[in-house]
Design a protein around this ligand. Structure first.
Ligand SMILES: Cc1cc2nc3c(=O)[nH]c(=O)nc-3n(C[C@H](O)[C@H](O)[C@H](O)COP(=O)(O)OP(=O)(O)OC[C@H]3O[C@@H](n4cnc5c(N)ncnc54)[C@H](O)[C@@H]3O)c2cc1C
Length: 339
């Protein structure tokens, strides 16, 4: 029988992130499939708020490593805390969100605890009493279903793949666990663009992809990059969507062609770009070639606007293809959103 531990860290404001709640949803559901209980292990400066918020999750026990040394992301303290929690819970199976903080520290914790780690797992199942973890490889082109005999088996869960836990708060009693580690490294601050400047929004409901067509000569023989920028930013602002791009569009800058000023290679979606997770995606002026669409693996509902009825999206890659001029379509969409 597995002894399951859900492991998470608090955010700067003492809460649990959406990714952490998704991992909790996955842990609670796996425990129920296994017919086993589970424990919660929290890391943070003060975990009271987080523990109370998930008080009704059904965990049998709550453990925490807390204090000023555990408030910030630091490999030494996070790894030591995770090992201490795994040992306190006698965990054989550890489920945790793949936040940058835990993605960095948990493989080391698994090694120190004598177990193994698998990262960025996208699905969990139980087959004949054994836990099966799904992980994608080769830029999301192949997946494997894995079991492991080594314990503890530490699994980080990819964001956007599991429904977030929702339930009653409570006031569980939390068992304090101590952990010792060097604190030579200090986080002095976080530099991040403001929410409005930030066009990559992993938590957005919708992904808006811009393709190279936005910068190409249009029916009147002219390019209209300024108009494209206005339409795209106007839509992002109103729909609070996340922005993605095709490789061709972000590469154009390097070729000396006029490009959208707010795009960087970080926006690139696809085989050599990112694989974002959003409920909906809208591709505009993007051809829908395989190396691009492979990055849409986890977009649930896909739509595209393209002048070309024979583009890649029409080859079974989109749920809906609007054969239309994206300049016209997005002008109308923005108008409707504005009203
Ligand atoms: C090894 C390798 C890795 C790659 N990795 C990636 C990757 O990670 N991501 C990626 O995106 N690509 C990748 N590519 C490139 C990919 O194959 C395509 O070349 C690229 O995605 C094309 O970008 P695009 O669709 O924006 O541009 P284009 O192919 O130039 O398409 C522009 C589209 O805009 C349409 N259009 C023009 N004007 C309008 C308008 N007014 N309204 C509506 N539609 C309009 C046109 O009909 C056309 O379909 C990779 C290629 C290779 C070989």
């Amino acid at each position: 029988m597995e002894t399951l531990l859900y492991l998470a860290h608090t955010e700067a404001d003492g809460s649990l992130s959406k990714t952490a709640l998704e991992a909790l949803g996955a842990a609670a559901s796996l425990a129920s499939d296994l017919g086993a209980g589970f424990s919660v292990g929290l890391i943070g400066e003060d975990v009271t708020q987080a523990a109370n918020a998930i008080g009704g999750c059904g965990a049998e026990k709550f453990f925490a490593v807390s204090g000023p040394d555990f408030g910030q992301s630091r490999y030494s303290t996070d790894t030591a805390a995770a090992v201490a929690l795994i040992q306190a819970a006698s965990a054989t199976l550890v489920l945790a969100p793949a936040t940058s903080r835990l993605a960095r520290s948990l493989p080391g914790a698994a090694q120190r605890a004598g177990g193994r780690a698998d990262t960025q797992v996208t699905a969990l199942a139980v087959d004949s009493g054994s836990v099966v973890a799904t992980r994608w490889y080769y830029r999301q082109r192949m997946f494997s279903n894995m079991t492991r005999s080594q314990r503890p088996w530490v699994i980080t869960l990819s964001p956007g793949c599991f429904p977030a836990w929702e339930g009653e708060a409570g006031s569980p009693s939390v068992e304090a666990v101590s952990a010792d580690a060097a604190t030579n490294t200090t986080v002095k601050g976080v530099l991040a663009p403001s929410a409005d400047e930030q066009t990559i929004r992993p938590d957005a409901e919708m992904l808006f992809v811009a393709g190279a067509g936005w910068t190409k000569k249009q029916a009147d023989g002219q390019t209209n990059v300024g108009g494209a920028e206005k339409l795209i930013l106007g839509f992002l602002d109103q729909a609070k969507a996340s922005l993605g791009s095709s490789k061709s569009l972000v590469d154009l800058g390097g070729e000396g062609q006029e490009v959208l000023s707010f795009l960087s290679h970080l926006h690139q979606v696809g085989q050599t770009g990112s694989t974002p997770r959003h409920a909906k995606g809208l591709a505009t002026c993007c051809h829908g070639e395989e190396p691009h669409v492979v990055g849409w693996r986890f977009i649930t509902e896909r739509r595209a606007v393209n002048l070309d009825e024979g583009c890649g999206w029409a080859q079974g890659k989109a749920d809906v293809l609007y054969v239309a001029d994206a300049f016209e379509v997005m002008t109308k969409v923005n108008e409707l959103l504005g009203s």
